[in-house]
Design a protein around this ligand. Sequence first.
Ligand SMILES: *[C@@H]1O[C@H](CO)[C@@H](O)[C@H](O)[C@H]1NC(C)=O
Ligand SMILES: *[C@@H]1O[C@H](CO)[C@@H](O)[C@H](O)[C@H]1NC(C)=O
Ligand SMILES: *[C@@H]1O[C@H](CO)[C@@H](O)[C@H](O)[C@H]1NC(C)=O
Ligand SMILES: *[C@@H]1O[C@H](CO)[C@@H](O)[C@H](O)[C@H]1NC(C)=O
Ligand SMILES: *[C@@H]1O[C@H](CO)[C@@H](O)[C@H](O)[C@H]1NC(C)=O
Ligand SMILES: *[C@@H]1O[C@H](CO)[C@@H](O)[C@H](O)[C@H]1NC(C)=O
Ligand SMILES: *[C@@H]1O[C@H](CO)[C@@H](O)[C@H](O)[C@H]1NC(C)=O
Ligand SMILES: *[C@@H]1O[C@H](CO)[C@@H](O)[C@H](O)[C@H]1NC(C)=O
Ligand SMILES: *[C@@H]1O[C@H](CO)[C@@H](O)[C@H](O)[C@H]1NC(C)=O
Ligand SMILES: *[C@@H]1O[C@H](CO)[C@@H](O)[C@H](O)[C@H]1NC(C)=O
Length: 398
Amino acid sequence: MSAQARGYSDIDAPYNQSGNSNWLEKQESRGKRSRWIVIGSVLGLVGLIAIGVALGVTLSKKSSSKTSSSSTSGVVNQTDPNDPSTFEKNPNLHQSFYGIAYTPEGSQYPACGNSLDQVITDIQLLSQLTTRIRLYGADCNQSALVLEAIKQTKVNLTVWLANYNIPTDDTPYTRQKAAIQSAIQTYGTDHIGGVTVGNEYMLNYLNANGATDPNSAVGNQGAALLINDINDTRYMLGNMSLSKTPPVGTAEAGSYFNTLVLQDVDYGMSNVHPWFANVSIDQSAAWTWEFFEEQNVQPAAALSNTPQMYIAETGWPSNSSDAGNESNGPSTASTANLQTFIDTFVCQANANGTEYFYFEYFDEIWKDIQFGGVEGWWGLFYSNRTLKPITIPDCQSP
Ligand SMILES: *[C@@H]1O[C@H](CO)[C@@H](O)[C@H](O)[C@H]1NC(C)=O
Ligand SMILES: *[C@@H]1O[C@H](CO)[C@@H](O)[C@H](O)[C@H]1NC(C)=O
Ligand SMILES: *[C@@H]1O[C@H](CO)[C@@H](O)[C@H](O)[C@H]1NC(C)=O
Ligand SMILES: *[C@@H]1O[C@H](CO)[C@@H](O)[C@H](O)[C@H]1NC(C)=O
Ligand SMILES: *[C@@H]1O[C@H](CO)[C@@H](O)[C@H](O)[C@H]1NC(C)=O
Ligand SMILES: *[C@@H]1O[C@H](CO)[C@@H](O)[C@H](O)[C@H]1NC(C)=O
Ligand SMILES: *[C@@H]1O[C@H](CO)[C@@H](O)[C@H](O)[C@H]1NC(C)=O
Ligand SMILES: *[C@@H]1O[C@H](CO)[C@@H](O)[C@H](O)[C@H]1NC(C)=O
Ligand SMILES: *[C@@H]1O[C@H](CO)[C@@H](O)[C@H](O)[C@H]1NC(C)=O
Ligand SMILES: *[C@@H]1O[C@H](CO)[C@@H](O)[C@H](O)[C@H]1NC(C)=O
């Protein structure tokens, strides 16, 4: 099967948005119909958003007590305990990843529960693996926490901030826009690579409205809503009279970019997941590159604004919470396969100029609790920030 013929999606939404239940119900009732989507993934996404508020509070209480109870203390040591920039480097870590996808623990609104201390530990570890990270949203003060942690650790890290907006309610967009603006006012733009508006917005809009083609009439209706928010963010940034105005983009499932949206952004970030597309591990690196080239890079290059294209997420799960979900067709979750994916993708993609954000930094427990299967097992690190038993390749990323 060619890459084009393989439509698929994934669940990665790390946010519970405050949510409009009509939209959610529609999405749930129609999710199963989409022939383009890996069914389990859609259910996962629906589950995430639908269960979100109630469960999120409970989960966050658990995880915040966990966070503050020093579960990760000792993971990174500092020669001066009061100076996060004096952290000791782990010789097993190398800056070989172009970028890494990151959500601070406890950033699901409204539960929140994240902490600057934990984010500092994360930034100390992440900065030993990459010079670039991307966020998914701006709730729970995560933009400021990450920028403050970069400041205190003095690391060379550029962050793509994000606004995880939804089609049916302006509130989450407006709230996150204010948080982004405030973080930029405090920290400036020296460490900001861009502001991403939307995470799988088109995929969600199509599911909610019983359509599958991002460039159909229905797709273009969703695109108009997304473009409003993208333009509004660009206007907000332009109106701040910054010395360097960050580019504005969107992140989308690999097969769901709408052309009108692409024509309106400075960059697009694409989720490209061989595991969800049922690709065997041996073919996964090549498939990922081919899919991205054919579906995203080439179409974007043909547009007059030539938006820059990144892989927003690619990776491989190391485990599954139940044996039934350990494999997706020929793709199998295991630590050995995670190692193979890293070994076959990372340095090769660096060498040929592929700009990607590896998915993801650490295992996110709340995803495992809410979805099970492989969802909570995509990290390079376990949830306690211990590196999995893998070897990080030693090639300096561009
Ligand atoms: C940090 O220091 C503690 C105490 O000396 C030690 O047990 C631990 O292994 C160190 N952690 C790392 C990552 O070096
Ligand atoms: C920081 O990282 C960027 C790539 O993101 C690189 O171009 C730059 O040289 C690095 N700066 C330093 C001081 O290492
Ligand atoms: C957000 O985080 C920054 C950096 O730690 C902190 O200065 C600020 O007070 C925080 N804001 C809120 C509302 O928690
Ligand atoms: C969005 O901004 C672009 C570029 O400035 C402009 O051409 C377009 O008309 C705007 N669209 C909307 C819906 O505001
Ligand atoms: C533009 O910025 C000015 C202050 O610099 C502010 O008063 C105004 O409300 C802003 N306009 C919009 C639409 O954000
Ligand atoms: C670029 O890197 C990918 C990922 O490893 C690889 O599959 C692909 O063949 C490479 N492309 C070229 C043109 O070298
Ligand atoms: C893999 O998942 C199973 C089921 O949740 C769990 O019991 C096991 O500890 C996990 N393996 C690792 C290495 O975390
Ligand atoms: C992937 O394989 C599973 C069986 O493990 C199947 O249910 C699913 O439809 C396949 N998905 C795709 C996109 O081929
Ligand atoms: C796990 O497998 C069950 C049974 O096949 C399925 O209903 C469920 O959606 C799967 N969960 C995930 C997260 O893939
Ligand atoms: C972190 O979690 C992993 C996997 O569950 C476990 O093997 C390891 O011992 C834990 N590390 C610490 C320091 O607790």
